[in-house]
Design a protein around this ligand. Structure first.
Ligand SMILES: [Zn+2]
Length: 568
């Protein structure tokens, strides 16, 4: 064999005389893309049949043909492979999903759930540090910040803050949560001094025998009630300016109320609305039994007996009024915090937006307890936040490769979730992209662990918010699972009115209430929920990666399918 090509004839010796060029021309016309493969070499086959001399001229495919064929292969085979991998069916989604790995997730969860972030409580330094970390990730992967060209959507939360509250008698001050407990949200605008009268059991027949107009009133509540007292309302009707309530018989019983009052202040939740400050003299003071005697100069036993006498004899009017002072101040504390947003613009359907979200705040440091008091929130919800960051990275890679999604994708790390879904409520009230253009919200809250029901199960995730098995949303989610994820989808909590009410308990609710289809991904309630033991070393990172990839596939499909998902 030799490799030089020359035009030859396709001739069988026994059919000598056929003009080979005609054949070549015909073949060239028939198979134009083969170029000029008919550079042949002659092979003489001698048949040794009956007598020598019969010669077959067979022009076989020349080496040039083989080279050309190989060239074609070199072009078509990779092209065919690319079509399989990146064709209309999947456009390379697996290669991007595979970049969401257990180590990359672990790196992010470890930062977010480190002790230095002190449990990421909304408004605290650890929360702001987490926000900065997420922002720098979005920045590094090349996503723009869509909130007025910023990654932060800043919001203020408000918390009423009780200042001073005291009752003063004979120059001695009795503070709130000491021997008095103030129930109310009023600012008295300075110290108020008034005569104090005893109104017994606070009935009409009591008020009819004394004048309480413009005065402070002490009322005895015999059965220990404390909230929404009609006796207090009645005193106000008769013109009392301030009401003191005496409803306990022992100091220890009163101290329980004082303890609760201290707790209440420290646990009060912030809100998006400024709390209302009541009229200057609103509210009431509950006083300890010991203070009753200090205030009135009369032993509690004697006062009780007087309150039980027949009001017709006007026993209350025989007591001398004393003078007391009181003061209440009320401030409003502003808590500054921020949602963190990264945006990936779509191609042909860019006005439609997929929102992938997780909350990055947690519950901070426990006020009491032995040992570790930092609630790291590795599962709740550093796991979901890390997933959002990694999904953003995978989408950004795809876009850089010219394979970005048709619809836009908005990545949101929400603040204030643990305070009552406040970051997502704010977003829903101030959406960066209109809610009606928001195609779906995939919300992730706790996806790094197993609950006791799934200790031995194959990889699973709870799916919440997809509605009936036959709904378009559920079918879509199932289709993605079957095609890509192969996870066990657990629908235990999917029913909206399931007693756990999980449908209402994470940020997706603020999208669902606006008619946006939502899928909430969740791993279940485990023993470390909202405890300092929700630590990084308890996360199953392989499982976290599987679930994160599944959410990526779901987002990818939602972003690229022809028709947007609708609720039915
Ligand atoms: Zn959570």
């Amino acid at each position: 064999m030799h490799f030089s090509a020359h035009k030859g004839n396709l001739v069988a010796g026994i059919i000598a005389g056929i003009v080979e060029n005609e054949v070549v021309t015909a073949l060239r016309t028939a198979i134009p893309r083969l170029g000029n493969p008919w550079n042949m070499k002659r092979v003489y086959l001698c048949s040794s049949g009956f007598g020598a001399g019969i010669v077959f001229w067979i022009e076989l495919l020349s080496m040039q043909f083989i080279i050309n064929t190989m060239r074609l292969f070199l072009f078509f085979v990779p092209a065919a492979l690319l079509m399989v991998l990146f064709g209309t069916e999947s456009t390379g989604v697996e290669s991007y999903a595979s970049r969401i790995t257990a180590p990359s997730l672990k790196e992010k969860v470890s930062v977010l759930a480190s002790d230095s972030l002190e449990g990421r409580e909304t408004g605290k330094p650890g929360q702001h540090k987490a926000a900065a970390y997420i922002r720098s990730h979005f920045e590094n992967i090349g996503l723009p910040g869509p909130a007025n060209n910023d990654f932060f959507q800043s919001l203020n939360l408000y918390q009423s803050e009780q200042g001073e509250a005291y009752v003063k008698v004979d120059g001695k001050i009795f503070e709130h949560a000491g021997q008095v407990v103030y129930y109310g949200k009023a600012d008295s605008k300075g110290e108020v001094t008034l005569p104090l009268v005893y109104a017994g059991l606070g009935r009409d027949e009591d008020f009819n025998t004394i004048n309480v107009d413009g005065k402070a009133v002490l009322i005895r509540i015999e059965d220990g009630r404390i909230y929404n007292l009609p006796e207090v309302a009645k005193a106000r009707q008769y013109g009392a300016k301030m009401v003191l309530v005496w409803n306990t018989d022992t100091e220890s019983a009163f101290n329980i109320l004082a303890d609760q009052a201290r707790e209440y202040v420290s646990r009060e939740r912030p809100s998006l609305q400024k709390p209302k400050i009541s009229a200057p003299n609103a509210g009431s003071f509950v006083v300890s039994p010991g203070l009753v005697e200090t205030l009135t100069g009369i032993a509690p036993g004697k006062l009780k007996a007087i309150s039980r006498q027949d009001p017709a004899g006007s026993p209350l009017s025989k007591l001398n009024p004393v003078t007391i002072s009181y003061k209440t101040t009320m401030g409003i504390k502003t808590v500054e915090t921020e949602n963190v947003l990264g945006y990936l613009e779509g191609t042909t359907l860019k006005d439609e937006v997929i929102v992938i979200s997780a909350h990055y705040d947690h519950i901070g440091v426990s006020a009491s307890g032995n040992g570790d008091r930092i609630n790291n929130g590795a599962d709740d919800d550093a796991s979901g936040t890390a997933a959002v960051m990694q999904l953003a990275g995978a989408f950004a890679d795809a876009k850089r490769d010219g394979r970005g999604p048709r619809r836009s994708v908005l990545f949101i790390a929400f603040t204030g979730e643990e305070k009552g879904l406040l970051g997502s409520e704010y977003y829903a009230d101030h959406p960066v992209f209109p809610m009606e253009n928001t195609v779906i919200n995939l919300n992730i809250d706790m996806i790094g662990r197993r609950d006791p029901q799934h200790e031995e199960s194959k990889p699973y995730v709870y799916i919440i918010g997809t509605g009936e098995e036959t709904s378009s949303l559920n079918k879509f989610s199932e289709y993605v699972n079957e095609k890509f994820c192969k996870l066990e989808f657990d629908y235990t909590y999917n029913e909206k009115e399931h007693p756990s009410r999980l449908f209402y308990r994470s940020d997706h609710w603020n999208f669902a209430k606006n008619g946006v289809p939502v899928i909430f991904y969740f791993d279940g309630i485990h023993g470390d929920y909202h405890k300092p033991s929700d630590e990084v070393d308890k996360i199953e990172f392989d499982l976290l990666a599987r679930r994160s990839q599944c959410i990526f596939y779901t987002a990818w499909e939602a972003a690229n399918r022809d028709k947007r998902i609708v609720l039915d």
